[in-house]
Ligand binder design. Structure first.
Ligand code: ZN
Ligand code: ZN
Length: 165
């Protein structure tokens, strides 16, 4: 691989670049596959066509939260299964946690409809779902991982080895 900070060719995937001392994946100046110059906004290397995981590429994280709004747990689960990037997986995990909590809260509210208060609770939960998914998507667009409030942590975020979290 090539150091993303200084562009020097490295053997294997060392934790720190032997040349500049930075984490090889932390920079955005060079393609890790071929060493060509890239920018922070580069998604696909123009020279070799490799996917360059840059800070600018937040499409999948945003999608994980927005899909939750329309598909419930299904969309985030699919993204969690198809992506190889820990950074993207973490967004899918946070979205899944909320969507699963959302189901549980909905069932509880459904039962409480018998006690009338369930109608109010259901309304509140559905409004929260819309607000939470949009807030998480907006933050994901800025590269931030947001933990949904009132959420049961079924899945935990894992450290992002690529250093671009
Ligand atoms: Zn370096
Ligand atoms: Zn390249």
């Amino acid at each position: 691989m090539y150091c993303r900070s200084c562009g020097k060719e490295l053997t294997g995937t060392p934790e720190f670049c032997l040349d500049c001392g930075a984490r090889p994946m932390a920079g955005s100046g060079f393609c890790p596959a071929c060493g060509a110059a890239t920018t922070a906004m580069t998604g696909i290397c123009t020279k070799c066509g490799a996917r360059v995981a840059g800070r600018g590429d937040n499409t999948l994280p945003v999608l994980a939260h927005i899909l939750g709004l329309f598909t419930g747990w299904l969309g985030p689960l699919i993204i969690l299964l198809v992506t190889k990037e820990e950074r993207v997986k973490n967004h899918a995990r946070m979205a899944l946690n909320w969507q699963l909590s959302f189901i549980i809260y909905s069932i509880v509210s459904g039962i409480l409809i018998l006690a009338f208060i369930g109608f109010v609770l259901l309304g509140v939960i559905f409004v929260l779902d819309v607000i939470f998914c949009i807030m998480a998507a907006v933050k994901a667009g800025r590269g931030e991982l947001w933990k949904y409030p009132l959420t049961i942590p079924f899945l935990k975020a894992k450290p992002d080895s690529s250093g671009t979290a």
